[in-house]
Design a protein around this ligand. Structure first.
Ligand code: SF4
Length: 360
């Protein structure tokens, strides 16, 4: 089948493995990927509507015990440690209030892979955030057992994450030598068997083939409770073991993967995490982001969302050197300019932010 015929068929039905592979192989030139993005946008609107969700982030709930660290991780840079932030009940309630002031409805609780502590730490925070009427999804690597999953389900967690990054065992071993693909797959299946919505990440540019990406996407899509795909792309920090050893992909490579994924997984969320490329993600068929909304951070510290300097960033001081920094006044405008909509509470809060800016 020809490239344009596949795109035309994809408007009405999911593409096959063979068609997905052909789209990866033939969509490298702008004239081709622009048609792919257009098709993915039409399919997103038809299957999911216009809503684009911008989630909050509250990380560092546990240290990562993966040893040696993944070679792309900041932990792999000599002298870099992953901090663990402490959260008592009052602190969590204060953070929840600040999230709600930004209009945020949903928060990712993230942390490193620590089988001893991650599950219990997350459960304490999850319970309080649910009492504060926030939706929550969890991402702490393969550190959870079935008891944790069931408790989270009882607390109505929106979803639990088990990311593979790549399902090519050789590439996984090279890039994540201290981690276990088997454990990550087992956790994904455990989440699925417990009928909890599953989130999983595909990282583009680790050295995987197009066939690997196709197999990965179809594996996830075949899981009954697969709920959200996150697409990330390899970025190399200065001083990390991958510096000068691997050419990182361009954001277009991630966007092509988002668009082809949209033609496979159709009505599920597709999440990408770099706010500086937000127009590209909306063009390619994504409908959700984290690190493009409100995030809990150390003031002046590292931010996964990038350290933007912009008058549209809202800072809510939470004391003890921490703040919520919200990109929502900017990113919600980008979403609306792309013809999509944000959640009503975010719209109300960001409109109020800009009104206040105009009069101050
Ligand atoms: S599991 Fe995550 S936090 Fe831990 S080393 Fe790998 S990338 Fe870093």
């Amino acid at each position: 089948m020809k490239y344009d015929d596949i795109l035309s068929e994809a408007l009405d039905r999911p593409i096959t493995r063979e068609e997905a592979l052909l789209l990866f192989q033939e969509s490298q030139k702008p004239v081709k990927y622009l048609r792919l993005f257009q098709t993915a946008s039409i399919v997103r609107e038809k299957e999911c509507g216009k809503l684009f969700r911008l989630d909050g982030w509250m990380g560092n709930n546990s240290r990562c015990k993966v040893d040696p660290p993944c070679r792309y991780c900041r932990r792999a840079i000599p002298g870099q440690e992953m901090e663990k932030w402490e959260f008592g009940e009052d602190r969590v309630r204060k953070i929840a209030q600040a999230f709600k002031m930004t209009g945020t409805t949903t928060v990712e609780i993230g942390g490193g892979t620590d089988p001893d502590e991650a599950g219990s730490n997350v459960l304490k925070i999850l319970k309080i955030l649910r009492e504060e009427s926030l939706n929550v999804w969890v991402n702490v690597g393969p550190a959870l057992d079935e008891g944790h999953i069931q408790e989270m389900k009882n607390l109505q967690v929106e979803a639990i994450t088990s990311s593979f990054e790549t399902m090519n065992p050789r590439v996984f071993q090279e890039i994540k030598p201290g981690d276990s693909l088997e454990k990550r797959i087992a956790l994904a299946n455990l989440i699925d068997q417990n009928a909890v919505p599953l989130i999983s990440v595909l990282m583009v540019g680790l050295g995987e083939s197009y066939q690997d990406r196709v197999d990965h996407l179809f594996y996830l899509n075949d899981l009954k409770h697969f709920y959200q795909l996150a697409v990330s792309w390899l970025r190399i920090f200065s001083g990390s073991p991958l510096e000068s050893r691997i050419v990182p992909p361009t954001p277009i490579e991630a966007a092509r993967t988002v668009a082809i994924a949209r033609l496979i997984i159709r009505d599920k969320y597709i999440n990408v995490s770099d706010p500086q490329q937000i127009q590209l993600w909306t063009m390619a068929g994504a409908n959700r982001m984290v690190h493009a909304g409100a995030s809990y951070h150390k003031r002046g510290g590292f931010s996964i969302g990038g350290n933007w300097v912009h008058p549209g960033i809202e800072h809510i001081d939470l004391g003890e050197g921490f703040e919520i920094s919200s990109l929502l006044p900017i990113t919600s405008r980008y979403i609306e300019n792309a013809g999509m909509s944000v959640e009503p509470s975010i719209k109300d809060a960001t409109d109020a932010f800009w009104r206040m800016k105009m009069t101050s």
